[in-house]
Write a protein that binds this ligand. Structure first.
Ligand code: HEC
Length: 315
């Protein structure tokens, strides 16, 4: 009797679970997902063709130097590059003396200690220093930027979907929110009046939530004066160059990786070919033997069938 009652209780529980599970699934299937401005008006990065793209890609050093100049004159005011040291610039073609000068002229000094008093101080950078952040710490960075922290850019092109193309699109994507339409021709502020960019933020459809705390950093053609021999750059060109530079900071050894990749694939191809030849050599004899032995003659086939029948084996 007790068993019967316990069974009944168990069945009741299972029944309730089944009904609630069914309800959840049916509500999930029948209700429309909630609409959101971020989902309908966010843009995917534009296409960006860089010399370093693809398995055979190599850096365009002239472009990296231009990109470094944009970083130095524009981005360094707010963003550090903590994974990169001044002396790493040798890979972009700067001489030892040029690097020493870049380090000692750097607008932001590196943290240090006063040798006499032991108090915190700053000193001029030297080639073995990393690119310093303009802020002493995150709190100071937030305080200066409307409570948004300008992230370190060293690994930025690895940290965001789209990499360099995302950075390029972000830099060139600032636009007027008034009248902004998506590909379907819907107007943002008509569809979502509450999505108006708040005070202190800037509308940018490439930023995942559409409003970014960074003011447009590259605003006018010729904002950075490139070294002699380069034409006065457009906003688009500067954005491309600094994005290419940030691919390098995130992966200075990219060319090595590509080279090793190609050699490895060639090695594996040759290895596979040798393996195939070895296979042919080793199995040639065995295959010939099978052919020589061939199927059983009629008489022996009958014997084999009889033996199988006797021991009850099918086939
Ligand atoms: C006036 C200061 C300032 C300058 C100059 C500046 N940025 Fe920013 N940047 C910010 C702030 C603040 C954020 C954080 C934005 C946020 O989280 O809303 C940011 C964020 C970013 C991000 C990250 C966006 C993301 O997906 O999280 C990238 C990439 C970036 N900046 C690139 C650059 C580049 C490249 C330059 C130079 C061309 C530059 N910034 C110049 C302040 C600045």
């Amino acid at each position: 009797m007790l068993r019967f009652i316990l069974g009944l209780i168990g069945a009741a529980f299972a029944g309730v679970l089944l009904i609630s599970g069914f309800n959840t699934v049916s509500t999930f299937l029948s209700s429309e997902p909630e609409r959101s401005a971020e989902h309908e008006f966010h843009k995917h990065p534009k296409h960006l063709a860089l010399a370093s793209n693809g398995p055979f890609g190599k850096y365009d050093k002239a472009q990296l130097q231009r990109g470094f100049q944009v970083y130095k004159e524009v981005c360094a005011a707010c963003h550090g590059l903590h994974q990169v040291a001044f002396r790493d610039l040798a890979a972009l073609g700067y001489s030892e003396n040029a690097i020493k000068k870049i380090a000692s002229d750097w607008a932001i000094e590196v943290p240090s200690v006063n040798p006499e008093t032991g108090e915190a101080a700053t000193r001029k950078a030297i080639p073995s220093d990393r690119f310093p952040s303009p802020y002493a710490n995150e709190t100071a960075g937030r305080a200066a930027n409307n409570n948004a922290y300008p992230p370190d850019l060293s690994l930025m092109t690895k940290a965001r979907e789209g990499g360099a193309a995302y950075v390029y699109s972000l830099l060139t994507g600032y636009t007027n929110q008034q009248g902004y339409k998506n590909e379907k021709g819907q107007e943002l502020l008509k569809e979502f009046p509450s999505a108006k960019t708040p005070e202190g933020l800037h509308f940018n459809p490439y930023f995942p939530n559409l409003n970014i705390a960074m003011p447009q950093p590259i605003v006018s053609d010729g904002q950075v004066t490139y070294a002699e021999g380069n034409p006065a750059p457009t906003v688009d060109q500067m954005a491309k160059d600094v994005s290419a530079f940030l691919v390098w900071t995130a992966e200075p050894k990219l060319e090595n990786r590509h080279r090793i990749g190609i050699v490895t694939v060639l090695f594996l191809l040759v290895g596979s070919f040798l393996g195939y030849l070895a296979y042919r050599e080793i199995w040639a004899e065995a295959k010939r033997k099978v052919r020589v032995t061939g199927p059983l003659e009629a008489e022996n086939q009958a014997k084999s069938r009889a033996a199988k029948d006797e021991s009850g084996i099918a086939g």
